[in-house]
Design a protein around this ligand. Structure first.
Ligand SMILES: *[C@@H]1O[C@H](CO)[C@@H](O)[C@H](O)[C@H]1NC(C)=O
Ligand SMILES: *[C@@H]1O[C@H](CO)[C@@H](O)[C@H](O)[C@H]1NC(C)=O
Ligand SMILES: *[C@@H]1O[C@H](CO)[C@@H](O)[C@H](O)[C@H]1NC(C)=O
Ligand SMILES: *[C@@H]1O[C@H](CO)[C@@H](O)[C@H](O)[C@H]1NC(C)=O
Length: 269
């Protein structure tokens, strides 16, 4: 028995790829805790959106997640800021919505908070996030794949994205859901490490495009080490609504119920 065990460990030891030497900062058992093994989960939401906050709260209870709501920056409450940005980049701000500005400042402020508070890893959500019902297992699998075949010292990991060029995003190992990011868009569900947050603050400082466009560009320019999951495990939910408060499930035309996701499974309508 003992000899067999030694033999097996020798065989396993000899086939371990060199990459396993990299230290993963997160203990494996913690992938299943209420913050998915990350130090924090934040969800960015405008103060008044108690419809989306309510749904996020129902989903987090259902999935056993601990999500801290963060008040989104609301440009309508900060005319000085708008004017300051407008005078620096008049051409660009004119045809970008105030929501686009709010989104830019909200994500950036959170990166700053992560750096200022020495938060090693955080999952950042937007308040329309819907989660795969098996998010804990699938996230753990992704983290183990990264530990084994990728670089645990990454900057960003997109658990959800849109418009990513999946045909060009190569899996880090055959069969793995983790891919090398090409140019992911949308920020409804991404992980950032403190190292990534520092780089983002340096790279993404000028409001000249929607924030995810600038991040996608920085990633495709190899300024950040980023992974993208395919299939995604966080998507934009069907309760997206518009800027008005509305929880009617049929309100957002064109939305589809994501089979196997938590709005479908937990809210049970
Ligand atoms: C989950 O695990 C991570 C990594 O060890 C830790 O930083 C975080 O505080 C844990 N979450 C909770 C809610 O204990
Ligand atoms: C930005 O500046 C232009 C003039 O350069 C002005 O017409 C426009 O109303 C300003 N936009 C905002 C949002 O303040
Ligand atoms: C902004 O407006 C200019 C001129 O109308 C247009 O060429 C450009 O595509 C617009 N940009 C965005 C991001 O919509
Ligand atoms: C930041 O956190 C790390 C652990 O994640 C710790 O080793 C380090 O001492 C902390 N630094 C500060 C300045 O608190």
């Amino acid at each position: 028995m003992i000899l067999t065990a030694i033999f097996i460990s020798m065989v396993l030891g000899s086939v371990q790829p060199a990459t396993t030497k990299k230290e993963n900062p997160i203990p494996q058992t913690d992938y299943y805790n209420s913050t998915l093994g990350y130090e924090k989960i934040f969800s960015i939401s405008l103060k008044g959106r108690y419809d989306r906050r309510g749904i996020t709260s129902l989903l987090s209870n259902c999935l056993g997640l601990n999500i801290e709501m963060v008040d989104a920056y609301n440009p309508l409450e900060d005319s000085e800021r708008i004017q300051a940005l407008n005078s620096t980049h008049p051409k660009n701000i004119n045809n970008m919505s105030l929501g686009t500005l709010g989104c830019f400042v909200s994500h950036r402020s959170l990166w700053k908070r992560i750096v200022d508070n020495n938060i090693s890893t955080a999952l950042i959500l937007e308040d329309d996030a819907d989660f795969h019902i098996d998010i804990k297992k699938l996230n753990a699998q992704a983290m183990m794949d990264i530990k084994k075949y990728g670089n645990p010292d990454f900057d960003m990991l997109f658990l959800g994205s849109c418009v990513e060029i999946m045909s060009k995003a190569i899996p880090i190992h055959p069969g793995s859901a983790v891919r090398h990011s090409v140019r992911p868009y949308c920020l409804h569900g991404y992980v950032v490490t403190i190292k990534g947050a520092k780089k983002l603050l340096e790279q993404i400082s000028v409001f000249d495009n929607p924030i995810d466009v600038n991040i996608g560009r920085a990633i495709s320019d190899k300024k950040l080490l980023s992974y993208t999951l395919n299939p995604t495990i966080i998507d934009q939910g069907m309760y997206a609504g518009n800027s008005n408060i509305n929880t009617d499930k049929y309100y957002f035309k064109g939305a589809t119920k994501k089979i196997g996701f938590s709005i479908d499974k937990c809210l049970n309508f």
